[in-house]
Every structure is written in C-alpha cells, then in structure tokens.
Design a protein around this ligand. Structure first.
Ligand code: ADP
Ligand code: GLC
Length: 468
C-alpha cells in the first residue's frame, strides 16, 4: 500500500504547530505497518533546507493562470529522515523564510498543482493521497474534476482536518488558476459565494477525518460556517485521535532536556529540569510551576492569560512560565507582567523547540485553557513528561485528559473558558500539589499512559482499507 501525504508542514523540516508533528510522525508509524508512506511538502528557505543537501528528481514548470513558474521536485541527498520527503521547490513562490503569510493563495495553489503534475508523471502511483488542512484542500477537487488529472481520479483522496477555523478562502478571480474542469461543477468549490478549499475538500474527498472524535462532533455544531456541510457529509467522516512520536518525545532519551529520566527517576529528573528553568527565568523553585506553551491566539484562550496570571500570582504561592507568540496585544501584556511579578513569573515570546521540551520536563502543571482544540499535542507531551495537564474539556483535550475527580483520573479539567473557571482549576491544581504522595504517584501513572501513534496509525490504515 503506497500512501502520499501532502502537507504544508512536516517536523523536523518546517514546523509552526501540531500539524508538523503529526505529518512528521504518522508516515513513520505507517511504514512500520508495511505501508509505504511518504510526504510531499514545499521547499522553504529555512534552517533545515540550508543545512542539508538536496538533489533534483524532476524539473518542469507549473502554470498558474497566465504565469508559468519553473519548479523542481527535490529529495534529500542523505536519507536522514524516517520516511521519504519530496520537496516542491518553486523559487519565486515557495522558497521563503516563512511557511504562512499573506501571499498564501498563489503559493499553495502552485504547490498543489505542481504536486499533482508530478504525481501524473510517476510510474508507480500512490494507492492513496492523504491531504492535510486547507492548504491542500483543492487536491481532492482537482483529482476528481480537473481534466488533466483524469488518470488520477481513481486514487482515493483522504482529507484530514487539523483545524477548521482556517479554510483558505479565495475570491473568484483565482478561478482561472485552477486546472480546467467542467464549469457545471463549480459549485463544488463554492461555499457562501467564495472559493473555499476546505469546503471543496470536504465535498470531494473520499473520506474526511478530524484529529479527535470529540472535535468531529463539535464541528457538526460549530465549524466556522461549515457545520451544515459536515453534517451532510457525515457518512464519510470520522475522528481519529492523533498520537505522539514517542521517539522524539521521550524523557529518557530527549537530548534537549537538562536531565533525562524515567518513571523510577522522575522525581530527580523533573527537579533538575525545573531548577534549570527557575534559574534561567528567575522563578521561585519551591513553588509549583505552571506553564503554557503555544500560539497566542483566541482558540487557545490566550488573551485571557495576562489577567489570569496577574490574579493567580497575587497569593505568591505558584510560579508561572509562558512560551509562545501570536497576538501583539497579548504579547505586550504578557511582557509587562514581568515587571509586576518578579521572581514568580516570566515569559519567552517567540518559538524555541528546545525550551519547549525543557518546559514539558520541568513544569508541574501545563495550562491549556483552549476555546477550540482539534486534538492538542501539548497535553500528551506533558503527560509523557510527568506534568499534569490543566485543560478545558474540549475536542482532543476531552478525549485525552480525565479529571482527578474520576476514580481513574489524572488531570485537571474545567468546562468554561472564563477567568473564574480557569482560576478555579489552578486552585484545584494547587490543592492536588499539596497532596504530596498522590501527586508524586500520579506523575508515574501519567508517564505510562500510552498515547503513541501505534493505535492511530492502524486506524488510518483501516480507514484506507475500508475504501477499497
Ligand atoms: P497547534 O497545532 O494548534 O498549535 P498542538 O498542541 O497540536 O497545537 O501543537 C503545538 C506544537 O507546537 C507542540 O509541539 C508545541 O510544543 C509546539 N509549540 C507551540 N508553540 C511553541 C513555541 N512558542 N515554541 C516551541 N514550540 C512550540
Ligand atoms: C491543529 C490543531 C491542534 C492539533 C494539530 C495537529 O493545529 O489546532 O489541536 O493537535 O492541528 O493535528
């Protein structure tokens, strides 16, 4: 079984968020299950592409309306990744020092067309094309409708929705850039009077998945305008929970963290990592350390954090550390707070992969007050590193964190995204921290929870098999 994943991100090549982690792990775990799985992604100008050497497999030009762009399909010279990655290199469009920006429409249109043009030329075609998010949302449509891809239209296309908030909307002036199709079928591209790639994917993909079962249910009620469409396509939709790459996220072997540890050495291991963080960020090590890692956007409840932190820190019995970037107003409020709660609060505004690992390892609690969380990987990483997640019960968080009130519970859950609710959850966490024996035992329990990709990789394969 040959599977081609098509995605804008893939760890460790280019990562903005969890999409990269998923596309960087799922193919690897699929390959362990006798699937021949590979990835097609854009060739960006970043550290990974600068520090590695590539060779061209194929050269051509891609047509985007009136314009033609030369492109190459590149592969790594040395096979340093766990699965083949094919890079679409379009110098003037994709080779930028960013992944997403305001010029995404043309960039990802060209990416998708070039990827499909290249697939046309292959002797061994994939058995399944697996697309991720709206950046690849026109592929299911083009595979089914565009005349030039007719020979690909028997290959089942699967679309995984990692986040339905972003849909890739584009005005009709871009229509001529999409390879020619029967205009009677233009409705497949449309949602509310505009070209909507995610909607087109939901209509045309053979199967639609979301990254957790609860998120699929939630989307039927609230999907940034696509609720009715998802409900109508329900029979081909399924939620499959993401896993985590337990080779990358393993406190026993993680090269980023200050001291490695396993269940039996969790106390000293976490202590060493916490000490490092507290020294580095001038935090009181004797207090329970609450952290937040993530994009500072409304979906993550980020704009509530400055005020919540301000209030939670009044009693001076906790420390808080934040790593993230996003809305500028929230960033500056978080930075200002540094001058108020010196010694108990700090933040790093930016992106830092290594620091994120040390925070998972060294914190006592990880906060995720998300409004929307299709799956969420942070809570699973934190569990693996023995850090108690404090989460709003939504989407994948609901599917992966059980509250300590439950007999088999191990995390702290709250239902609302309000200051009161989040502050209450922090209070409950503090109480839990004081029950030393239970708290310490719980660390061992959560480190052993199996959220690895093994189960979910099989679920995807069952899904592919169910199509044929
Ligand atoms: P999302 O994809 O919605 O941002 P996920 O929980 O699925 O959320 O995944 C987020 C991923 O990005 C995790 O691997 C997390 O550690 C990482 N991450 C988020 N923000 C940062 C940051 N500022 N620095 C380092 N890693 C980050
Ligand atoms: C998206 C979602 C996040 C999910 C990730 C990987 O970015 O916001 O919840 O974990 O994709 O599927």
């Amino acid at each position: 079984m040959r599977v081609i994943h098509i995605s804008a991100e893939c760890y460790p090549v280019a990562k903005i968020g969890g999409l990269a982690d998923v596309v960087g792990a799922l193919p690897k775990y699929q390959n362990k299950l006798v699937v021949d799985s590979a990835v097609i992604m854009p060739f960006y100008n970043n550290k990974f592409t600068q520090n590695n050497t590539f060779k061209a497999l194929y050269e051509s030009t891609v047509k985007l309306g009136e314009n033609q762009y030369p492109y190459e399909v590149l592969v790594l010279k040395d096979n340093i990744l766990d699965f083949p990655v094919y890079f679409i290199h379009i110098e003037s469009l994709l080779y930028k020092d960013y992944v997403y920006s305001e010029d995404d429409t043309d960039r990802f249109l060209a990416f998708q067309i070039a990827a499909m043009d290249w697939l046309l030329t292959l002797d061994k075609k994939p058995d399944f094309i697996h697309c991720h998010d709206h950046h690849t949302g026109l592929i299911p449509f083009m595979a089914q409708e565009s005349f030039k891809y007719e020979s690909l239209n028997k290959i089942p296309v699967i679309t995984t929705i990692h986040n339905a908030q972003y849909q890739g909307w584009m005005p009709y002036e871009h229509l001529s850039k999409i390879p020619e199709f029967n205009l009677d079928h233009i409705g497949l591209l449309d949602w509310n009077g505009t070209i909507n790639p995610l909607a087109a994917a939901i209509k045309c993909a053979w199967r639609v998945t979301t990254v957790s079962p609860s998120y699929m249910e939630e989307l039927m009620q609230s999907a940034n305008g696509l609720e009715a469409l998802l409900s109508a396509e329900r029979q081909k939709a399924i939620g499959i929970l993401n896993g985590i790459d337990t080779d990358v996220w393993n406190p026993e072997t993680d090269e980023y963290i200050v001291k490695n540890y396993k269940t039996s050495s969790v106390l000293s291991g976490k202590k060493a990592n916490k000490s490092w963080l507290c020294k580095e960020f001038n935090l009181d090590e004797s207090k329970p350390l609450f952290s937040f890692i993530g994009r500072l956007v409304g979906e993550k409840g980020a704009e509530l954090l400055p005020s919540i932190f301000y209030k939670a820190l009044q009693s001076k019995d906790i420390s808080i550390l934040l790593l993230g970037s996003g809305m500028s107003q929230t960033e500056s409020e978080l930075l200002s707070l540094k001058n108020i709660h010196i010694g108990n609060y700090n933040c790093f505004i930016g992106y830092d992969e290594r620091l994120s690992h040390i925070i998972y390892a060294g914190s006592d609690f990880l906060l995720m007050p998300s409004r929307v969380e299709p799956c969420g990987l942070n809570q699973m990483y934190s569990l693996r590193y023995g850090t108690v997640p404090v989460v709003r019960s939504v989407g994948g968080l609901k599917d992966t964190v059980v509250d300590i009130k439950d007999k088999v519970g191990y995390g702290i859950c709250h239902n609302d995204v309000s200051e009161t609710s989040i502050l209450e959850a922090i209070d409950r966490a503090k109480e839990f921290y004081k029950q030393e024996t239970e708290f310490k035992n719980n660390r061992k329990v959560i480190m052993n929870i199996d959220n690895s990709w093994e189960v979910s990789a099989k679920a995807y394969i069952n899904l592919y098999n169910s199509i044929t």
